[in-house]
Design a binder for this molecule. Structure first.
Ligand code: AMP
Ligand code: ZN
Length: 113
């Protein structure tokens, strides 16, 4: 399977790591849309949020359990931050491996454009 984020997860493609454990990885986005822009991925290949199931959802819970400490390590807890998932083409999902954008360091509008 040809998947960019699987290649990042297994170290074939380098990334600027922020956090890593056995099941998830967080790294800086290569094209940041905010002063702080980190991607958090499961190491396991899950194509999108549409493919989250009872069998694989523990890793998604684990990502959200780790978001506070990842945000703390980035120094963005006081000001707040945004967590975004793009699912499918209409939402602009360009990499078909589940990921959550953690963005901070500027004011974000709502609804998102
Ligand atoms: P999405 O559009 O939601 O699928 O987000 C994919 C994100 O991956 C974009 O914000 C890209 O800038 C980012 N990206 C693409 N290639 C890399 C890479 N090699 N390292 C880090 N981030 C990447
Ligand atoms: Zn993958």
């Amino acid at each position: 399977m040809d998947c960019l984020f699987c290649a990042i997860a297994n170290g074939e493609i380098p990334s600027k790591k922020v956090y890593e454990d056995d099941t998830i990885l967080a790294f800086h986005d290569i094209d940041p849309q905010a002063p702080v822009h980190v991607l958090i991925i499961p190491k396991q290949h899950i194509r999108s949020a549409f493919e989250i199931t009872p069998e694989n959802s523990a890793v998604v819970a684990h990502i959200f359990e780790k978001i506070p400490s990842i945000a703390k390590s980035l120094g963005v807890t006081e000001e707040g931050f945004r967590v975004v998932n793009n699912c499918g083409d209409a939402a602009g999902q360009s990499v078909k491996h589940l990921h959550f954008h953690l963005m901070a360091g500027r004011q974000f509008g709502w609804p998102a454009g």
